[in-house]
Ligand binder design. Structure first.
Ligand SMILES: C[S@@+](CC[C@H](N)C(=O)[O-])C[C@H]1O[C@@H](n2cnc3c(N)ncnc32)[C@H](O)[C@@H]1O
Length: 257
């Protein structure tokens, strides 16, 4: 109702006695029907809050999740340790741009490179960067995982942040209907065991990241053991595992040796 009327929360409470037009009423019930049919509220209203910022979301991007805020926190904490001034940070698989934009807003001297295979997602990410006044410090590149980062930024990239697709493609039925039927498959599925992108990131990221740099990566439920087993001890040191609010190990902070 707030979305249809353009009201904030206070207005909705104060103006409850007003009559709304038939057109608005119809619009409201159309949206309620879409929601009842399983469409996520965020795709209906086009908004999701993340790290205290409002993000535009469309069906081309994953809806930002609260657990990913822990990833942004870890990146912000470590950025200064890796480089005192003007850190260079990549966000691989940027989607709505929520990670890249939250980092750029909270680290005003950072330069961010945001990549995604999805061109439509990059358009949404760019629009979010513009809305939050950080588009000049974020470069958007279409490409596969860290491939666009190898070369130009080698030996200067301080941190890679990544929330890759990690749902096992063999078990889509474990996902709520809202997610399974509405969010983009390219943002969800990571091969049979869900770990395809994580495996490839662990292998290829050392080619893009400076020595002593960090990779902060989100993983799925039940993936901590297999992911830590995949870590090549010659390439990575596991610094920290951050649990989400359900006590699920969710964010891995790794240091490139
Ligand atoms: C789980 S979503 C994360 C989106 C956003 N970073 C967030 O945290 O809400 C994964 C993103 O990775 C992108 N992606 C999938 N495969 C990719 C690949 N091979 N290379 C780069 N990006 C990829 C998807 O398009 C999607 O935007």
């Amino acid at each position: 109702m707030r979305h249809v009327l353009g009201f904030d929360q206070a207005q909705l409470i104060i103006r409850t006695n007003e009559t709304i037009s038939v057109a608005r009423r119809e619009e409201f019930f159309d949206l309620v029907q879409r929601r009842a049919a399983g469409e996520p509220t965020q795709y209906i209203t086009g908004h999701q809050e993340f790290f205290a910022l409002d993000f535009t979301v469309t069906r081309d991007v994953l809806i930002p999740r609260p657990e990913t805020e822990f990833l942004v926190q870890r990146v912000i904490e470590h950025a200064r340790a890796v480089r005192e001034n003007a850190p260079i940070i990549a966000d691989v698989g940027t989607g709505s741009g929520c990670i890249a934009v939250a980092i750029a807003v909270n680290l005003p001297d950072a330069r961010v490179i945001a990549t995604d295979v999805s061109a439509p997602a990059l358009l949404v990410a760019r629009a979010n960067a513009e809305r939050h006044g950080v588009s000049k410090r974020i470069q958007f590149i279409e490409g596969d995982l860290v491939e666009p980062l190898i070369g130009a930024e080698k030996e200067s990239l301080d941190i890679i942040a990544a929330n890759p697709p990690y749902v096992p493609s063999t078990s889509p039925n474990l996902l709520p209907r809202e997610v399974r039927e509405h969010e983009p498959p390219v943002a969800l599925y990571g091969g049979a065991d869900g770990l395809d992108h994580i495996r490839r990131l662990l292998e290829s990221a050392p080619q893009a990241l400076k020595s002593g740099g960090y990779m902060v990566i989100e993983i799925g439920y039940g993936q901590i053991e297999e992911t830590t087993r995949l870590l090549d001890p010659a390439a990575w040191e596991l610094i920290e595992v951050t649990n989400d609010l359900q006590a699920i190990p969710r964010i891995l902070t790794l240091r490139r040796k």
